[in-house]
Design a protein around this ligand. Structure first.
Ligand code: SAM
Length: 384
């Protein structure tokens, strides 16, 4: 249930308590609108496996399981699929080197408002033998646990995790930078709900927030990762050096979504101040923005850092069907940003907003199919 719609999202504490992808299994839920992420993740599996090949295997011990953590796991099948790939790959590496594989722990971590119930209902039963698990997708070969909390802080005990994975999550900032919502500041993002096409100061405030957050993420992981461990990170990226050009994220949150907010203002349903007090806490980073932080942190060796073309966030059966494209745009933006919109203007106005996103998406279907592309930053890092 979304909080009542009179919240202005400023502080990181507040955002942490409400941010989640849309839970449950309904039409606009994340579980039903994350096929694009699934496709993009599968196209990067070779990079994930390369990173897993770099993890140093220790002789298995009866007392210490091999520990995997997925950060920003959300509530769909994607996290279960990826954890399975990771554990099967490490198991095969153990077998190839003549060792009996160790036991595995998998930690599914996200903010406390994540729908962990839906996630754990999707979790397959634990298998009775490794052979059974390897032979079938209906069994898991690991002990599962949920870890609620922000990945911008400590989540695990010192030197307790062998492999960290995080996909499509680190572009979520810990907060909307305060200056962006402050009328007296040059960074005030007047008239806008995202930084795509915003003024330079607003964009720089977002960039600074992203880099501060990523630095905090790396500090925590550098304490939690075991020696010989690695991590594989994927988040929204951009190809332009200019942060006011947010690429695919700009088209998702800065164009039709922005126009839909403007519709609500023009129709007198929402005041312009209310609109301006809402900003999407997402930043699609450039490679350089990301690299600067990893290098300044100094705890990790960069095995790979690249921008990867992921494809469209819209998965439709019939790209020529404008209605289907419009609905996919509305469901896709709602599944990720709906909870924040509900919290800001309430469920009813949120419904109106996404109706307008759908309408605008239907009108611009051809252009959306042709132009809406996501690029991702892919980072493979090992403890230095
Ligand atoms: C688009 S979903 C990605 C889900 C999943 N990894 C996948 O591949 O489909 C992004 C997730 O990041 C989570 N997230 C955002 N900020 C976070 C934070 N500070 N700490 C932990 N999780 C966060 C959100 O709650 C959301 O579940």
């Amino acid at each position: 249930m979304a909080p009542k719609g009179n919240d202005v999202i400023v502080s990181n504490r507040k955002l942490e308590t409400i941010l989640s992808m849309k839970g449950g299994k309904g039409e606009a839920s994340y579980a039903n609108n994350s096929q694009a992420q699934a496709i993009h993740a599968r196209s990067m599996l070779h990079l994930l496996r390369e990173t897993l090949d770099g993890v140093q295997l220790k002789p298995p011990s009866d007392e210490v399981p091999f520990a995997v953590a997925d950060l920003g796991c959300s509530c769909g099948n994607n996290t279960l699929y990826i954890v399975d790939v990771i554990i099967k790959h490490i198991t095969k590496r153990y077998e190839a080197s003549g060792y009996e594989p160790p036991e595995f722990s998998a930690f599914f971590s996200d903010l406390p408002s994540n729908d962990f119930n839906t996630l754990f209902q999707l979790l397959p039963p634990i298998g009775s033998s490794m052979e059974e698990c390897l032979a079938s997708d209906n069994h898991r070969s690991y002990f599962a646990a949920a870890v609620p909390g922000s990945f911008y802080r400590r989540l695990f005990p010192t030197r307790s995790i062998d492999f960290f994975h995080s996909a499509f999550s680190l572009h979520w900032l810990s907060q909307v930078p305060e200056s962006v919502l402050d009328k007296r500041s040059g960074a005030y993002n007047k008239g806008k709900v995202f930084i795509h096409g915003a003024n330079e100061q607003a964009a720089n405030a977002y960039k600074k927030q992203f880099q501060t957050d990523l630095a905090a993420f790396l500090r925590s992981r550098s304490k939690e990762m075991r020696r010989g461990g690695s991590m594989f990170l994927v988040c929204l990226g951009r190809t332009s050096a200019d942060p006011t050009d947010q690429g695919g994220a700009g088209l998702l949150f800065g164009t039709h979504f922005q126009d839909a907010w403007n519709d609500l203002v023009q129709e007198g349903l929402v005041s312009s101040e209310k609109r301006d007090a809402f900003n999407i806490p997402v930043y699609a980073s450039s490679l350089q923005d990301f690299r600067d932080v990893v290098e300044a942190n100094g705890s990790f060796t960069i095995n790979k850092l690249e921008v990867f073309k992921g494809g469209s966030p819209l998965v439709v059966d019939q790209p020529d069907d404008a209605t289907e494209v419009g609905r996919a745009l509305a469901n896709s933006s709602r599944s990720v940003a709906g909870v924040l919109v509900d919290a800001h203007i309430g469920d009813q106005l949120s419904e109106e907003l996404f109706k307008r996103v759908e309408r605008r998406g239907t009108t611009h279907a051809k252009e959306l199919i042709e132009q809406l592309q996501f690029f991702h930053i892919v980072a493979s890092l090992s403890l230095a």
